[in-house]
Unconditional design. Structure first.
Lengths: 385, 332
């Protein structure tokens, strides 16, 4: 026998439940609410967190668009039609001047009928910050002229160039975000409400109701998405105001989207309504609306919302595509799709490639929503550690 | 199995009927009809309207009758192979569409092949090398392909092809071949143009497919039979190929359902930008000009193909996967 193994007795008092007792962290974990657990899991997903920050910034920007944009949505700089982007400089001839742009040397190439702009390196135009420029109505509340940055007096600042009417592309992209970003959220809300109500009714009652809803969903799903979107948007009357068209398009996008959500709500409810706590609620005389809304839905709503967030990019792309084809939103409502509609011609790619820049925020927002939605869904899944 | 097939087919009939009704309502929704706007247009240009022809068309297609009779007339015609008359083109719908069919199917076929050939190896690689640099890089590429709007990619590719390869812009062949007989030169010209739409339409589909193949394969790779196979000492390649890959393949088959309608609709937006002589731009035009029978038959056709496609893929899945077959059709 090995005598080196010394006999050891702990001096600590003997506690038979020591193994079952939870450390403070474990206790915190076990007592945490569902949303808190989700948050912890989400925090571990780095890509999702980065995407979340990007989304927050983008949605934050639409609250203060008027201040961020150097020009107004419809400001026309008729002297600068199809001006190329002005790049931002810090140093002029080795000397630090702060952020500035060079002015334009402009002449009309009569032989090829083109506007030719060349940066004039003698003309230094320092940007002004928190300065006064185009007047605007801030959310229609009060009038102001303060912008985050604007051009030097008598100068211009077109960081992303101008379009065929001399409107600043950067400002238009910033204003376009308002429509493009909200259309996805409004659309998904409509689709979520429809999905939860219809799926909830089907799942809770089962039987004939369920059967009917299932058939209806199958029928809606057997329509190819884009042609039906096209057909429905072509139906929107021409004399509607642009705002009504906006809501029309949103509803159209949502009408085809709720089926997937309704299906998952239904299948979850079908399983959950057999649970004892549901029977208990029924015995106590709760009405179906209360049972569904109060007892059943909260159990899996987080997961449904997470899945729903994954179909927002589809809606944004859908709106962009419809507007690009001229079936979607119409000016003066400006979305990224409406902006891209102006980049439809092959000449644009060749001569004015900066008009295609609105596609950059489209790609960004879609990537961000995809990654964030993925992370959110993983975080909301109670079976994933 | 036979009962399963029969029941599925029996379900299709009412589904298609309801779909036809919805389609008819949609194409009837805009106020007025094509003939009315057509007459107004002609009159505004100071041209005479052939009253006799208008009256004939109106009577032939029952445009003067109440809504439900028009609907019955339309459905009855379709059952007999008469898809109506395209007012815009002045031809029966079947002829207008028929012209463009061959090229549409060609593009759809080439695109599908491209997507599968690309998505399959990449998906398998991503799943077996999870969280490697290759996986991240390919996933990112796939995501960007998914997020870029097709129409813009189409414009840029068109421009690049024109600058670097001198490919003529738009269409599916050089202009001089459009009405020419088929010859080797014409075929080459078509091939020269074909790759652009194939790559553009393909990229979006590829990204989605890679993601799904990767997710499915990853699920399978974690199952215990894979551990067993490894424990038996099977080579890693053989483990993947023999079991999990075959399971993950199911969704390729499920995809056939969505493949059939794309054969007809042919990626509308890309086709519009590239002005391809396929059916996509035709559908868009017909919707915009209220050419109701052309649009209606199109939508109906697409929906019918989707329903048929779902049936085919369900049946194929049932044949291939005994778990679905033995559940007797509850696996909806």
């Amino acid at each position: 026998m090995n005598s080196a193994a010394a006999h050891f007795v702990s001096k600590k008092p003997f506690q038979p439940q020591a193994i079952e007792e939870l450390s403070p962290e474990q206790e915190r974990y076990h007592l945490a609410s569902q949303w808190r657990l989700m948050w912890w899991k989400l925090k571990r997903h780095r890509l999702a967190m980065v995407s979340g920050v990007v989304l927050l910034l983008m949605y934050g920007s639409i609250a203060v668009t008027e201040v961020l944009a150097p020009y107004n949505l419809h400001t026309r700089n008729t002297d600068y039609i199809y001006a190329p982007p002005q790049s931002l400089h810090l140093f002029h001839e080795g000397r630090f001047v702060g952020p500035f742009v060079y002015g334009f040397d402009y002449h009309l190439d009569l032989r090829r009928l083109r506007h030719v702009y060349t940066p004039d390196t003698g003309d230094v135009q320092r940007l002004r910050f928190f300065c006064r420029s185009d007047p605007y109505h801030f959310w229609g509340l009060f009038e102001s002229r303060v912008h985050l940055f604007c051009a030097a007096r008598g100068g211009t600042v077109f960081l992303l160039g101008t379009d065929r009417l001399g409107r600043d592309v950067l400002s238009r992209i910033l204003y376009g975000a308002r429509i493009s970003l909200t259309i996805g959220l409004v659309g998904i809300s409509v689709s979520l409400i429809l999905g939860v109500i219809i799926g909830g009714i089907a799942g809770y009652y089962g039987g004939v109701v369920d059967h009917l809803v299932q058939r209806a969903i199958e029928i809606i799903r057997s329509f190819p998405e884009l042609p039906l979107w096209m057909a429905l948007s072509a139906v929107l009357p021409v004399n509607w105001s642009p705002l009504l068209i906006f809501f029309g398009i949103t509803v159209i996008l949502a009408l085809l989207d709720w089926t997937g959500l309704a299906r998952s709500v239904r299948s979850k409810l079908l399983a959950l309504r057999e649970e004892d706590y549901c029977a208990a609620a029924q015995l106590m005389g709760a009405r179906p609306r209360r049972i569904i809304g109060r007892h059943l839905l909260p159990g899996f709503l987080s997961h449904i919302i997470a899945s729903a967030s994954l179909s927002i990019p589809g809606m944004i792309l859908g709106e962009t595509a419809l507007s690009f084809l001229g079936l979607g939103l119409r000016p003066p409502i400006t979305s990224w799709g409406v902006l891209l509609n102006e980049a439809q011609e092959i000449e644009v790619v060749k001569l004015y490639p900066w008009l295609m820049l609105p596609v950059v925020p489209v790609i960004l927002i879609i990537l961000a929503f995809n990654f964030f939605g993925d992370g959110l869904r993983d975080a909301a899944d109670p079976y994933k550690q | 199995m036979l009962a399963y097939i029969l029941r599925r087919i029996a379900y299709m009939v009412p589904t298609l009927l309801v779909i036809s009704f919805i389609v008819f309502v949609i194409i009837q929704l805009p106020p007025g009809d094509y003939l009315e706007s057509h007459i107004a247009e002609l009159q505004s240009q100071g041209e005479t309207v052939d009253e006799g022809k208008i009256a004939f068309l109106r009577k032939q297609y029952g445009l003067d009758k109440p809504f439900y009779l028009q609907y019955l007339h339309w459905v009855w015609g379709m059952l007999h192979g008469d898809f109506g008359y395209s007012f815009e083109h002045g031809l029966p719908v079947s002829e207008v569409v028929g012209d463009r069919m061959a090229l549409t199917v060609l593009i759809a076929f080439a695109t599908t092949l491209f997507t599968w050939l690309l998505a399959f190896p990449i998906g398998v690689y991503s799943a077996t090398h999870q969280y490697s640099w290759g996986d991240y890089g390919l996933s990112l590429l796939g995501f960007i392909g998914l997020a870029t709007p097709n129409f813009l990619l189409a414009l840029v590719m068109l421009h690049l092809a024109n600058v670097y390869f001198g490919t003529s812009i738009g269409g599916l062949m050089d202009p001089q071949y459009i009405n020419a007989e088929w010859s080797v030169d014409k075929l080459l010209s078509v091939l020269e143009h074909l790759w652009i739409p194939v790559v553009i339409i393909g990229t979006a589909g590829t990204a989605g497919m890679i993601r799904r193949l990767r997710a499915n394969l990853l699920d399978e790779l974690q199952k215990q039979y894979v551990v067993t196979a490894r424990a038996k000492g099977l080579a890693e390649r053989k483990v993947v190929r023999k079991y999990p890959l075959r399971m993950a393949l199911n969704f390729f088959i499920a995809d056939i359902g969505s493949l059939l309608p794309t054969l007809i609709s042919g990626a509308e937006i890309t086709a519009v930008v590239l002005s391809l002589p396929t059916t996509g731009p035709l559908l868009l035009e017909s919707l915009q000009s209220q050419d109701m029978f052309l649009a209606g038959s199109f939508l109906m056709f697409l929906a019918a193909l989707t329903v048929a496609g779902v049936l085919v893929s369900d049946l194929l899945l049932a044949v291939l996967d005994p778990r679905i077959r033995l559940q007797g059709g509850t696996g909806k």
